[in-house]
Write a protein that binds this ligand. Sequence first.
Ligand SMILES: *Cc1c(COP(=O)(O)O)cnc(C)c1O
Length: 358
Amino acid sequence: MNPILELARPDILSLQPYQHAAWEPSLERMHANEMPWRASGDTSIAGLNRYPEPQPAELIAHLASLYGVSPEKVLAGRGSDEGIDLLVRAFCRAGQDSVLICPPTFGMYKVSARIQGAGVVEVPLLKERGFALDAQSVLDACRSGVKLLFLCTPNNPTGNLLDRGAIESLCEQLHDRAIVVVDEAYMEFSGAASLIDQLDRHANLVILRTLSKAYALAGARCGALLAHADIVSLLARVITPYSLPTHTIEAVLKFTDAQHRAESQQRIGVIRGERTRLSEQLARLPAVRRVWPSDANFILVDCIDPDRVLRAAASVGLIVRDPRSQPGLGSSLRISVGTTEQNDRLLQGIAQSAGAAA
Ligand SMILES: *Cc1c(COP(=O)(O)O)cnc(C)c1O
């Protein structure tokens, strides 16, 4: 057995997975208790009366080529949120094992751990160093029982990339102790290189990618978990049997073809340009204390009076994210980069609200 699997819950390793209806597209289906007709007006390719193929081969091959890995290293799920949940459920025994997170960061890691009854060890990012990873403290905190480390790069909500060398050396040093999960939900906006090329070197590395952000498919609910084939097979035992809806499968194949990939590239360029412009303009506003540099499609902004900025945004019909409950973010707001018109409207709204106060 791959030694990395020894980190998994023993009851998952010995689990007899659900036997779903065999996928035999050359035969007509009388084995899954489906209706033999489509609902009238059903324009899907496969027919919504049929259960979808579990981990559909065409979709998996497509995602594999999108991310430059071999298909056995890909698990497709309903967003990377499902990948996070599967990892926690497969590796953490309730009441015994823990996940390690580096706040301020994406909220789902902690929520999934809590739902599973796993512990949460927190090693904060170093705000005074631009929210850098405190790799030595992470390593020190990885005592027995920490099964999963969640590292988000670029990090949500701070926007910065984590040091790649530090992540690689954590993979190395924890190779027999913990799974290092690198959430690259915003990597496309960064221009930096993904850690995907490290998968062959580290059996304990898991990378989460999503179609929700750069590919404009948040409503389709599809994410890819990239990892050693043994981890992928393990998680495939835990995922619900027909997890990806037919609509999701067909939408992803359609909207990530060559033409849409080119469109996505072009739009990422626009977002990066707007990110620079919005950052510069925000920094000039008296209501803004600090704009953090961003490698993602959002900007973390420290405000003199965040409530006032929230009201100013709402007054021009916009909502921005309030992350103030997170450590170190007591005066911060997170702004997703919008269209030029939206960004201008936000800037104007904030500027006007300050003027009204004077
Ligand atoms: C948005 C986001 C996700 C969620 O992606 P889905 O694929 O839509 O579930 C995962 N991780 C981070 C850090 C995110 O910000």
